[in-house]
Design a protein around this ligand. Structure first.
Ligand SMILES: NC(=O)c1ccc[n+]([C@@H]2O[C@H](COP(=O)([O-])OP(=O)(O)OC[C@H]3O[C@@H](n4cnc5c(N)ncnc54)[C@H](OP(=O)(O)O)[C@@H]3O)[C@@H](O)[C@H]2O)c1
Length: 323
């Protein structure tokens, strides 16, 4: 038998250009996903957090008397930062300030009681007076409000949606505008704005449309400022939490306790602080980023239908329980 006449199957394959192209593409795809996974492991668990005091000795936190903002205030104090505490209730501010100064005796705090839903310009004037002459290195734009309950766009009373826009959009933009000039002068600073998975992880957030739209504003503002102010040494970042066990989550989603995918504010903020100064947008808590990753594999139509059914159920429940 003439063996030279028999084609080896592997040689045939090697000669087929399509097989080469497809296997190369497969390899590139595998490499891309492996690198993304390794980057995620590194940023979530291994990366050295920035020394936040190097941005400056003071931090300003808005919406700091409860939930995520309060946890930010305590964790920043633990990292050695003095604090400007901004929220609307003077008594609660005094309590948080005393708790922080008792737990961390070397930390100084100042309080500013302002209600961003009233007149953001006068809030900003009050903040300006308190921060004059202080070297603010870190700003946490945390304050945010949502609907009293799920409802269609046309059912939201004008005062309610105006309040959401004032607090989430104007409050965030104006406090940033007040603090950033000092950072630019000193050529250092970190500005974290708290966005939401409602605007970024899911393609829509039906029955909470205005809230989600204000969070999309925060995301785009923050990502654009990240590019603008890199030149001036200021690190902007939009952090994107999914559910965190706070008063807001209890109100809008009836979440009353923490679980694997719903961290406590302190667990969330420990992860959030480790991300400051790195990427322009992040989902700091590891279980939230897993959820985001799963969501990428689900078609938008399916996610839309799922969010709508949840919104409708919550609306129904509100109607049935309201007096
Ligand atoms: N919790 C979640 O599941 C979740 C998910 C995604 C994004 N977020 C975002 O995370 C941020 C914090 O949410 P959270 O759940 O921690 O909220 P929260 O528990 O309701 O706390 C909100 C804080 O903001 C203050 N605040 C509310 N309205 C204000 C106003 N008009 N003027 C000044 N301060 C005001 C509150 O002060 P008082 O104590 O006086 O009320 C409180 O300190 C928000 O931007 C929210 O959109 C939360």
């Amino acid at each position: 038998m003439n063996l030279a006449c028999i084609d080896h199957p592997l040689e045939n394959q090697a000669r087929d250009p399509w097989i080469c192209v497809l296997s190369s593409l497969g390899f590139i795809l595998l490499l891309k996903h492996t690198l993304s996974f390794l980057r995620w492991v590194h940023s979530s668990f291994l990366r050295t957090p920035k020394d936040l005091v190097e941005y400056g000795p003071w931090a300003l936190v808005t919406g700091c008397t409860d939930g995520i903002g309060k946890a930010f205030a305590f964790n920043l104090a633990q990292r050695g930062l003095n604090l400007i505490l901004v929220s609307r209730n003077h008594e609660k501010l005094k309590t948080v300030s005393t708790e922080i100064e008792t737990s961390f005796p070397s930390i100084e705090t100042r309080i500013v009681a302002v209600d961003f839903s009233k007149d953001p310009s006068s809030c900003v004037r009050s903040i300006e007076e308190v921060i004059r002459g202080l070297d603010i290195g870190v700003l946490i734009n945390n304050v945010g409000v949502s609907y009293p309950g799920a409802c269609f766009f046309h059912e939201v009373d004008e005062p309610v949606w105006r309040e959401i826009v004032r607090v989430n959009v104007e409050g965030t933009a104006m406090v940033t505008r007040t603090v950033v000039p000092g950072m630019v002068l000193r050529r250092r600073g970190a500005v974290v704005s708290v966005g939401s998975g409602a605007a970024i992880v899911v393609p829509s957030h039906p029955l909470f449309a205005i809230y989600a739209a204000t969070k999309a504003f925060i995301d785009q503002l923050s990502r654009s400022l990240h590019v603008e102010y890199k030149l001036h040494g200021v690190d902007f970042q939009c952090q994107v939490p999914l559910y965190v066990a706070t008063r807001m989550a209890s109100k809008v989603a009836s979440i009353e306790s923490k679980s694997m995918f719903v961290p406590s504010p302190d667990e969330y903020v420990r992860a959030a602080i480790n991300h400051i100064g790195y990427e322009p947008r992040c989902t700091p808590y590891w279980a939230h980023s897993l959820q985001w990753c799963f969501a990428r594999f689900v078609p938008n139509r399916v996610l839309d239908a799922w969010r709508l059914s949840i919104g409708l159920k919550r609306r129904e429940k509100n109607i049935n329980t309201s007096p």
